[in-house]
Design a binder for this molecule. Sequence first.
Ligand code: NAP
Length: 248
Amino acid sequence: MLLTGKQPAEQLYSKIDERVRSMAEVPGLFALYDPEDKPAGWYLRSIQRAGEAHGIPVYARPLSEGTALPTQPLGGMIVLSKTKTPIPILPELDVDGTGPSSFSTLYKGGLKAYPRTTPCTAEACVRLLDFYEVPVSGKHVVILGRSLTVGRPLAMLLLDRNATVAICHSKTEDLPGLCRQADILVCATGREGLVGKDCVRPGQTLINVGGDAVEEEIAPIVENLCPFKGGVGALTTAVLLQHVTETN
Ligand code: NAP
C-alpha cells in the first residue's frame, strides 16, 4: 500500500480551517530563512502556499536582515537554516520544538497528545502511521538518522507509543541487517541510494523521509511505502500550521 501524505494532511487542514474560522485574529508564523539553503527555500514556499490557502499569515525574512520579531500577533517562529549558531526562540513560539523547554517536554514522555512544541517532521511520521492504522505498540522500529529534528524526537514519540526503537547513524555497523529486522523502517539520512533491496523484507512499513530508499527496488518487496515525493513533507507543513494556530 502507498502511504501518501496528502490524505492525512487534508484531514488536519479541515481541523485547522475550523479553528481559523473561530478566531477573531489569526496569529502568524515568523519564518527566518537562509536564502542560500535550497531545501529550506522549498520548505518555505510550501509553508507560504499552505498559509495563504488556509488564512494563516507567514512573515518570512532572510536571516541577514536580523532576528527581531515582527510586530504582528504571532503563533510561532521557525528558523529554516542549517546554521550552527543557534537562534533563540521564545518557548511559547517554538512550534518546531528546537529549544530546551520543548526538548524537556518531549523527552519526559508520557505524552497523551502532541504539544504544539513537538518537532513537526517527527510528529508527521507518527500521524501518518496513525492515519493508515499501522500498528506501533510492541513493534520494532529502526530509524536511520539521529538528528535533533527528525531521528531523536521521532524515537521519543514512538517510545511513548510502546515501540522498541533503534536509532542508526553513519557509524552503525551492518546497517542492512538492522534494517531487515525492522517492522517499521524510517529513512531520514538524506543519503540517496542508501537503502536498497538488501535492507528490506516483506511485511515491513517504510517511510522514506529523506529520499534514502531506492523506491523502485523496495516497493515490490515491502508491505507499505510512504514515498519521498508526496509523503511526509506535505503532512509536515500541515502539522506546523496546526501548531501555529493551537494554544496548548
Ligand atoms: P541531518 O541533520 O543531516 O542528519 C542526517 C543523519 O543521517 C545523521 O544522523 C547522520 O549520521 C545520518 N547518516 C548520514 N549518512 C549515513 C549513512 N551512510 N548511514 C547511516 N546514517 C547516516 O539531516 P536531517 O535534518 O535529520 O534530515 C534528514 C533528511 O530528511 C534530509 O534529506 C532532509 O532533507 C530530509 N527531511 C525531510 C523532511 C520532510 O518533511 N520530508 C523533513 C526534514 C528533513 P551522523 O549523526 O553519524 O552524522
